[in-house]
Ligand binder design. Structure first.
Ligand SMILES: NC(=O)c1ccc[n+]([C@@H]2O[C@H](COP(=O)([O-])OP(=O)(O)OC[C@H]3O[C@@H](n4cnc5c(N)ncnc54)[C@H](OP(=O)(O)O)[C@@H]3O)[C@@H](O)[C@H]2O)c1
Length: 291
């Protein structure tokens, strides 16, 4: 798979400098839910001013929350303010994106569009938006804690400057990188998009296992969390995962006994099949949502 990581110098510039690209563009979010909030929080940390962000959000409580937390401008529905936005982030559920777009259409200026809606391919987005300046992105839930992974794919009409702007905005929630096709973004969705749920599933089962050998739930949770965090930190040093695993697996020892059960139950194969199932479902969803 060919991915193009963001040049770290660009990423750190975007994240750290208040005078970078981030402080200049006027941004609009269509939908002010969880992901929009995560992105806005990251953008403010990177130096963007709340007053340069407009959020279109129908729910009054959410608008109040956004105004009080981030000092952004909000509106219940799209209006003339939207035309000034240089970049519009579509942060509504995929099923309502088309309706949100129709409501906003007459106020859309010449903005670059970034959709984070799962499953909607570039071709559909470009047709609906009647624009070729479209980036499709797939963040993941860790964006909520600033540790997200976001894959991005650009339509043909997206210039290098547009790419840099989109990447700077999306990097506000963590690491981001480019892929070259919708199909690759469906693969990103199957790995890092859905991936946090695979990890939560493992942690859930691991906690149940710790309780099964006698720990109370709170202790079991802490043991599991610290073990996972330590292993991820160690793995981050760069050694192949298999080498790390072999090194802690002594012949006839406790770890070998445990891993023999995981192998006998087909765990590695099940994980490959699970990711393939997510990938296949991504393709189906794209077709369903585009109808
Ligand atoms: N959360 C994740 O981990 C994650 C990961 C990857 C991608 N995404 C994608 O990110 C997008 C947003 O997800 P989310 O979790 O932030 O959802 P969310 O919390 O439900 O936020 C969506 C917001 O959009 C509002 N909305 C509904 N109709 C609208 C309209 N016509 N105009 C403007 N706003 C409207 C909703 O208001 P009401 O509640 O009143 O309807 C809601 O506040 C989705 O497309 C999702 O696929 C999410």
């Amino acid at each position: 798979m060919i991915v193009h990581p963001i040049d770290p110098s660009q990423e750190s510039e975007a994240m750290s400098s208040p005078s970078s690209t981030l402080s200049r563009p006027t941004l609009a979010f269509i939908g002010g839910g969880q992901m929009a909030s995560a992105m806005i929080a990251g953008l403010l940390r990177a130096g963007q001013h709340g007053s340069s962000i407009l959020v279109i959000e129908p729910t009054p409580d959410r608008r109040d929350h956004l105004e009080q937390t981030f000092a952004v401008r909000t509106a219940a529905r799209a209006d003339a303010q939207l035309a000034a936005a240089e970049l519009v982030v579509w942060a509504v559920k995929p099923q309502v994106l088309r309706q949100a777009l129709e409501e906003a259409r007459m106020h859309l200026g010449t903005a670059l569009h970034v959709s984070i809606a799962a499953g909607l391919p570039l071709k559909t987005l470009s047709q609906w938006l009647q624009s070729q300046r479209v980036v499709r992105a797939m963040p993941n839930t860790a964006a909520l804690v600033g540790a997200g992974v976001t894959g991005m794919v650009a339509a043909e009409g997206v210039s290098e400057a547009d790419r840099q702007l989109a990447a700077a905005v999306l990097a506000a929630t963590g690491h981001c990188f480019w892929v070259e096709s919708d199909e690759r973004l469906d693969a990103v969705t199957a790995v890092s998009g859905s991936g946090p749920a695979y990890v939560f599933h493992f942690l859930e089962a691991f906690q149940a296992a710790a309780e099964a050998v006698g720990f109370d739930p709170a202790t079991a949770r802490e043991l599991v969390l610290r073990t996972a965090a330590g292993a991820v930190e160690q793995a981050g040093l760069g050694e192949p995962f298999g080498d790390l695993r072999s090194r802690v697996t002594s012949r006839r020892g406790t770890t070998e006994a445990a891993l023999a059960v995981l192998d006998a139950r087909g765990t590695p194969r099940a994980i490959v099949d699970a990711v393939r199932a997510a990938y296949a479902r991504g393709g189906e969803l794209s077709r369903e949502l585009s109808e």
